[in-house]
Design a protein around this ligand. Structure first.
Ligand SMILES: Cc1cc2nc3c(=O)[nH]c(=O)nc-3n(C[C@H](O)[C@H](O)[C@H](O)COP(=O)(O)OP(=O)(O)OC[C@H]3O[C@@H](n4cnc5c(N)ncnc54)[C@H](O)[C@@H]3O)c2cc1C
Ligand SMILES: *[C@@H]1O[C@H](CO)[C@@H](O)[C@H](O)[C@H]1NC(C)=O
Length: 422
């Protein structure tokens, strides 16, 4: 006889959603006996990083114990559920460029479009000479939306020619998996912010949550399992997890470009001041080198993100994250120096979200996946910049921990929360 399981998942990002999905797909899941309830604080799922990330998947990502499983599951999920159309799953090429934007180049860029509609002038000589340093065949011919004149180097990521890089549209992926989990029998409650885990040394008992539509505190009792998958808020729900948040801004362009994910290292002229900052009277800009990332995305988009900042602490909920428009405009100004196509493309979103980081001894450590010292209390959080890549693997392993008592599909003992006294 199977014992009745009454499971609550805290958080409806990619980790909570894939966990709910794989629980409903586990051979031992019996909807007549077991209950799976996911509580999400925001008005909808994927309200945080899971809806606002880039969506790159790579066999060369980390941690090594989790990546191969999760990369394979992404391919399987896409094959089973029509992921290519539904959430834009596809293979993508990936590399990094080194670019140098000279003063001369910059002043050419800032000249108005001439009568022939040509905004970009011919190569200045010095750029022509420098261009010779770059092997022509190195920068792929179909990466035609990056300006070759500023590129000084190109390195392909992963092993050349291997199909070890792919992508999904993270918002569509997360919302689709959440829908499939609900079709499989999981109950999703939004506007439900968990305020207290009710546990003892010997087990879990229940959770309290704030129903944000009625402002009432509600309680779910008789739980057998609580899985905390609250992303950067995991440390708020369960302080000993030491998972916290780091803000990052991003921009989505409406543009159809060849499928490349491009990491950059751009050297800017010393007098470079982004236009929006110059307009506000700013005379100096202390960034000589920047390294924003840009990913072509399915559905006619490109996604760009810049460096993280710690100016504003993590707010109470994902729908209260503050967006500093100037940071988004900085990213736009960087890409305008290396891509005329992006410089001309309409921007359809300027956004921010928080990366979930597991910090131990002042250092970023791997995600926490598995049991805690309290029986029935589990954690799946702290995926830093690879939570989209590692979502399905995490969900699958959590379903095995719950129904089989151990992680079977991969050896993730290095990510066991008990190792960190959680
Ligand atoms: C700019 C940027 C780019 C990225 N690009 C990539 C990429 O290309 N590839 C990749 O693999 N990863 C990428 N990531 C990382 C990835 O986005 C994250 O690792 C992943 O989304 C984390 O998922 P999560 O479910 O743990 O957290 P979240 O998405 O933050 O979800 C947590 C959820 O929990 C909810 N919650 C919080 N507190 C409570 C509570 N008390 N009660 C109920 N619910 C609660 C929140 O509202 C939220 O919806 C990127 C991240 C950033 C910031
Ligand atoms: C899992 O990996 C750890 C090292 O991270 C190792 O010590 C352990 O023996 C492995 N377990 C199994 C079952 O292979």
């Amino acid at each position: 006889m199977e014992a009745k399981r009454n499971i609550v998942i805290v958080g409806g990002g990619i980790i909570g959603s894939t966990t709910a999905y794989y629980l409903t797909r586990h051979p031992k899941f019996n909807p007549a006996l077991h209950t799976i309830t996911l509580l999400e604080a925001a008005p909808s799922v994927a309200a945080g990083a899971s809806g606002k990330a880039g969506g790159l998947l790579g066999l060369w990502a980390y941690p090594a114990s989790l990546v191969p499983l999760s990369y394979r599951l992404h391919a399987e999920l896409a094959a089973e559920h029509g992921g290519a159309n539904r959430w834009g799953y596809r293979k993508i090429k990936c590399g990094s460029i080194e670019a140098v934007v000279t003063k001369r180049k910059l002043s050419n860029l800032q000249k108005p479009v001439d009568e022939n509609g040509k905004a970009w002038e011919k190569l200045p000589k010095q750029d022509q000479a420098a261009k010779g340093l770059l092997q022509d065949e190195e920068l792929p011919a179909d990466l035609d939306w990056i300006d070759r004149e500023v590129v000084r180097g190109w390195a392909e990521m992963g092993s050349p020619g291997a199909s070890d890089t792919a992508q999904v549209h993270p918002y569509h992926f997360t919302t689709s998996i959440a829908e499939l989990a609900q079709q499989g029998g999981a109950i999703f409650k939004t506007n439900a912010k968990v305020t207290r885990l009710i546990t003892s040394k010997t087990g879990v008992e229940g959770v309290e949550y704030l129903d944000r539509t009625t402002d009432e505190i509600c309680k779910i009792s008789d739980l057998t399992d609580i899985i905390v998958a609250a992303g950067p808020w995991t440390g708020r729900v369960l302080p000993r997890s030491k998972v916290e948040g780091l803000r990052a801004h991003s921009v989505v362009y409406e543009v159809d470009v060849t499928p490349y994910a491009v990491f950059t290292d751009i050297e800017l002229p010393s007098d470079f001041v982004p236009e929006h900052r110059a307009k506000m009277g700013q005379k100096r800009f202390h960034k000589g080198r920047v390294d924003p990332e840009i990913y072509a995305r399915p559905f006619g988009e490109a996604y760009a993100c810049g460096e993280p900042d710690s100016a504003v602490p993590l707010p109470e909920t994902a729908d209260q994250v503050q967006v500093e428009e100037a940071y988004c405009d900085d990213i736009i100004s960087y890409f305008a120096t290396v891509s005329p196509v992006l410089a001309a493309a309409p921007v359809k979103a300027k956004q921010a979200c928080y990366l979930p980081r597991h910090i131990r001894f002042g250092q970023e450590s791997g995600p926490l996946i598995g049991p805690t010292a309290t029986p029935g209390l589990w954690v799946a959080a702290g995926h830093t910049c690879w939570g989209i890549q590692n979502g399905p693997g995490t969900g699958k392993l959590m379903s095995e921990y719950i129904f089989d008592g151990e992680a079977k599909s991969a050896n993730v003992s290095n990510l066991d929360p008990r190792k960190f006294k959680v």
